[in-house]
Write a protein that binds this ligand. Structure first.
Ligand code: SAH
Ligand code: SF4
Ligand code: F3S
Length: 472
């Protein structure tokens, strides 16, 4: 695809912003400030998209609410990664029939990955008549225009073009916090892992221009953000489509070179493209957090091949070894799938042994969920559901033990912790923080310390978190 066909022209973005302003002129005349609710499922990419949707709504004059009963506009940003994610969305959308009955002018919009699946959009069209608008990830930048159409025509809109995807620069962003920010560096995915729906709904890999990314980070740093996460489905293939002499490691170095006090994280890295150059750059760059999320998916080379992952067990273990040589205290997390079609009991045990060998700090564990339109959904899948659940539980038990052991090793240490917010998870502690490697810390400290690094004594640990006290 030519770059000129990927980037949405500035005058098209301007046109959408002019529509925001036209809607704002209308909302300003209302007796009350109109309210919007944006609900997000799925990964950080969807969170980042929702921040743009909120940015557009704010420009249209909307304030935000969490109460679906009082919202004038509801946007539900959906995820398609597993069946469970889709079912939750359908359940919640179904329940909105009642809120809309009480508030007939309410506009209900569904967007995101699940809406880009033809069978889901069709289901909404036929059986969820109270939904006014459906748009896929490729139509996100046209949200103002679509909303205006629903408002004026009082008709339903379905906008889910099946295209390779665009880059829309310059959309307004309403970020959730004041310390942590997501920055998308690329969109889509070219990997087509055989189980995965993402490339089918998010389109082909396309990288943002480095200057746009660096400008955005500079602005965030100027605005006081301290924790910046670079986002992409496979950040390690950043730049391949740009025709510049710049890869992800170079981008990381350039972000690191931006003056200011902040930390850099990134996700997700695909082991296929995690280069020695990347590891060396991470080790050299003082702002890059000592943390890596490196999904392995399976410990069996045969299963990895069937997954189309393009690496094997040995390559993965070798990468981890090389990374730890350079950054011994790296916090390593990963994703794993249990019960991929055809996975035997012995192959599952290879996954267990990989976990024992690597000793991840934390693991995101999933049972294989067939996704319509992906090759794995058609593969023979003889293992029973019961056996898969049993294996899943075994895996969780092993990982929980390892996570607890790794956390226990922090007890008695004093380390710098970034105090990132008021504690809403554990009422015995006032604040939460993160270690350099991103481990959660509960502690008591004055609220004015939020946004600062403090030395903290770790006094206790659980599987999921560390508990600390401010060091004098
Ligand atoms: N781009 C990232 C992953 C995004 S999806 C990467 O390649 O690592 C997040 C995780 O969901 C994946 O790593 C995988 O472990 C899991 N996943 C994806 N599709 C799945 C499916 N059909 N069933 C079960 N888990 C799945
Ligand atoms: Fe899905 Fe694989 Fe792409 Fe990750 S790399 S988004 S798992 S296809
Ligand atoms: Fe879900 Fe789409 Fe992310 S499918 S995991 S929201 S890219």
């Amino acid at each position: 695809m030519k770059r000129s066909e990927v980037i949405i022209p500035q005058d098209e973005i301007d046109r959408q912003m002019a529509i925001c302003d036209a809607i704002r002129a209308r909302t300003a005349a209302l007796p009350h400030t109109p309210l919007a609710l944006v609900d997000t499922y799925g990964c950080q990419q969807n969170e980042a998209d929702s921040e743009q949707i909120r940015g557009m709504l704010r420009r249209m004059g909307y304030a935000f609410t969490e109460d679906e009963g009082e919202a004038d506009v509801i946007v539900i940003n959906t995820c398609a990664i597993r069946e469970h994610a889709e079912m939750r969305v359908l359940g919640n959308v179904g329940a909105l029939v009642h809120t809309k009955r009480k508030k007939p002018d309410q506009i209900i919009c569904l967007c995101g990955c699940a809406m880009q699946e033809p069978h889901m959009a069709e289901k909404i069209k036929k059986t969820f008549r109270h939904v006014d608008m459906v748009f896929g990830p490729h139509a996100l930048y046209r949200f103002p225009e679509l909303l205006q159409w629903v408002m004026e025509q009082k008709g339903r809109v379905f906008e889910t073009p099946d295209v390779a995807g665009y880059i829309a620069e310059g959309l307004p962003v309403a970020r959730k916090g004041t310390l942590k920010a997501w920055v998308s560096i690329m969109y889509g995915c070219n990997n087509f892992c055989t189980y995965c729906i993402v490339p089918h709904v998010r389109g082909r890999e396309r990288s943002r221009d480095p200057e746009r990314i660096l400008d955005e980070v500079r602005q965030l740093v100027a605005d006081g953000y301290k924790d910046i996460t670079l986002l992409g489905q496979n950040v390690n293939s950043y730049g391949k489509d740009l025709g510049l002499d710049m890869d992800f490691a170079d981008l990381l170095q350039a972000v690191n070179d931006i003056p200011g006090e902040f930390q850099i994280r990134f996700m997700t890295s695909h082991p296929r493209d995690a280069s020695q150059k990347l590891f060396e750059t991470m080790a050299r760059c003082e702002k890059v957090a000592p943390q890596l999320h490196l999904p392995f998916q399976s410990g069996s080379s045969r299963v990895l091949k069937a997954m189309n992952r393009h690496y094997d067990r040995e390559t993965y273990l070798d990468e981890v070894r090389r990374l730890r040589e350079l950054i011994p205290d790296i916090v390593l997390t990963s994703d794993v799938i249990v019960g991929f079609p055809g996975e035997t009991q012995e192959e599952f045990e290879e996954t267990l042994s990989l976990i024992e060998e690597v000793r991840f700090d934390a693991l995101f564990t999933f049972i294989f969920s067939p996704r319509e339109g992906t090759p794995a959904a058609k593969m023979p899948d003889p293992m029973s559901k019961e056996q898969k659940s049993k294996n899943f539980q075994t895996l969780l038990d092993v990982q929980n033990r390892i996570s607890a052991e790794k956390h226990a090793a922090y007890v008695g240490k004093t380390l710098p912790v970034f105090l990132d917010g008021v504690n809403t998870q554990d009422n015995r502690y006032s604040l939460t923080g993160r270690t350099g490697g991103g481990r959660l810390v509960h502690l008591n400290a004055p609220e004015e310390f939020i946004g600062q690094w403090k030395q903290v004594n770790i006094v206790r640990a659980s599987t999921w978190a560390l508990f600390g006290e401010l060091a004098e």
